[in-house]
Write a protein of this length. Structure first.
Length: 453
């Protein structure tokens, strides 16, 4: 594998556009392509693409001239083309398809705010993007002017955050926060920074990829006032890593912003172990750390992009150990129905017995780790100051290990197990179930704390 220089392209149709305009993000935004005529100036469309572009029911189409120029005009299967130009397949339903597959709307305490994890929230602050990914998880909201967020929504989001001290990390997304007018973005960042318990602000943005021209010195100067500020970009294929993207990332990192990348595993775009290895290696060359690879969500319009999970596992097998550890992202399935991200990785733990663990490495080398016979947990005086008392109710499997609970049960579990009979007998056994810490069967899922030791 040879190291390639990151190249820039300007499609022949834009040859006469002076660099001054081409490099101006405002020109890029106002000249986005979205019709059959626009795209056919660059390359002939397939019948399926034309049909999709002429359909009125589709999620919004827009592609910056910069990003469209990265498409190989002779390849109808070009991986960049597939990401942004709709095809007929987008109209087809599939088994398991949902409009809001992550149940974000249901888990919003106020519009646009998703508080799913104990200490961090997702804040949707715009529904505009520089270009629209055809597999978008939020195609139900994004690109639709009727769905835009108002300043009342924003005030309600801030009120929630002010009164929820457990939130220490706010992730700004949308839509794409870097498409907002700088004044509005600044106001949002400033308001968040005024909330003392918010430690970290994160931005999720594909602007550096779709429109690297937007990463101006003015923008990085604005952003760096709000540290610690982290930013995740979204690159799916090595062809997206251009000289322009490298320069934009360089500006952001020089402004002290740590950069991560989130990819989505997409059939026909990046569903290959060797391709993914090249991608993560090219990312670290521009100082972007691969963060997540997402399994494609069960969202309308994205059926043709889905791969089996086995393909993702094969990719992870090809990454861990085969390339730099910091180039290896975590592969996650964002739980349908709203359980959050679930990490999946090949199994390196082969067997365990008393004080012996059998492990394998990426090459299949098998080894034994001998565990200590005399391990004592740390003294509570050392660890108690770090216990987080504010986060209640989401301790999950960890609380089983801590001995705070003995079981986790689905709602209605106990009532169902009684099957209408045996209440009286169980009542007699009250002592027994209390001792077990499995809760009053008559109270359904409510489980009192179990024995502490
Ligand atoms: C992805 C996501 C986050 C952030 O998760 P991390 O694993 O911390 O990156 C937070 N909230 C929601 C709703 C998310 O989907």
């Amino acid at each position: 594998m040879t190291k390639t220089a990151f190249t820039s392209k300007k499609a022949p149709a834009f040859r006469d556009i002076p660099d001054e305009k081409w490099n101006d993000w405002r020109w890029q935004l106002s000249h986005r392509l979205n019709t059959v005529e626009d795209f056919e100036k660059l390359f002939p469309l397939t019948e399926g693409e034309k049909k999709a572009l002429n359909s009125t029911s589709l999620f919004r189409v827009d592609v910056t001239p910069y990003f469209a120029s990265l498409i190989d005009p002779d390849d109808p299967y070009d991986p960049i083309r597939r990401q942004v130009i709709p095809t007929e397949a987008e109209i087809l339903p599939f088994t398991g398809m949902m409009e809001d597959s992550l149940a974000e709307d249901m888990h919003s305490p106020v519009p646009g705010l998703v508080h799913r994890y104990p200490d961090r929230v997702l804040m949707l602050i715009t529904n505009t993007c520089a270009s629209y990914c055809r597999y978008c998880t939020r195609s139900r909201l994004v690109g639709d002017p009727a769905q835009s967020f108002s300043s009342e929504d924003f005030e309600a989001q801030l009120d929630y955050l002010r009164s929820t001290p457990q939130v220490r990390d706010v992730l700004l997304s949308g839509g794409d926060p870097l498409t907002l007018a700088p004044k509005i973005l600044e106001r949002i960042l400033r308001s968040l920074r005024e909330i003392e318990h918010i430690e970290v602000i994160r931005i999720g943005s594909r602007v550096p990829v779709f429109m690297p021209q937007r990463i101006t010195d003015d923008l990085t100067e604005l952003l760096q006032q709000f540290h610690p500020l982290w930013l995740n970009i979204h690159v799916n294929h090595p062809n997206e890593i251009t000289a322009e993207l490298a320069e934009a990332c360089d500006k952001l990192t020089r402004a002290g912003i740590p950069l991560g990348n989130q990819s989505v595993l997409l059939a026909g775009v990046n569903d290959d172990p060797y391709l993914m290895r090249r991608l993560v290696q090219d990312l670290v060359r521009i100082r972007v750390r691969p963060y997540y690879i997402y399994q494609c969500d069960l969202v309308e319009g994205a059926g043709h992009f889905r791969t089996p999970i086995a393909r993702g596992m094969e990719i992870m097998e090809a990454l861990r150990g085969h390339t730099s550890g910091f180039a290896v992202p975590t592969y996650v399935v964002d739980a349908p129905g709203g359980g959050g991200k679930i990490p999946l990785a090949p199994n390196y733990l082969l067997a365990m017995s008393d004080h012996k663990v059998v492990l394998r490495n990426f090459e299949g080398f098998i080894t034994t780790y001998e565990e200590p016979l005399d391990y004592a947990r740390p003294n509570p005086a050392l660890t108690d100051p770090f216990k987080d008392a504010e986060i209640q109710g989401q301790e999950g499997v960890f609380s089983l290990l801590q001995g705070e609970k003995m079981v986790i049960k689905p709602e209605g579990f106990d009532a169902l197990r009684l099957r209408g009979g045996k209440q009286h007998r169980l009542r007699q056994d009250e002592k027994k179930w209390k001792a077990l810490g499995i809760g009053d069967p008559e109270q359904g899922a409510d489980t009192p704390p179990g024995p502490t030791d």
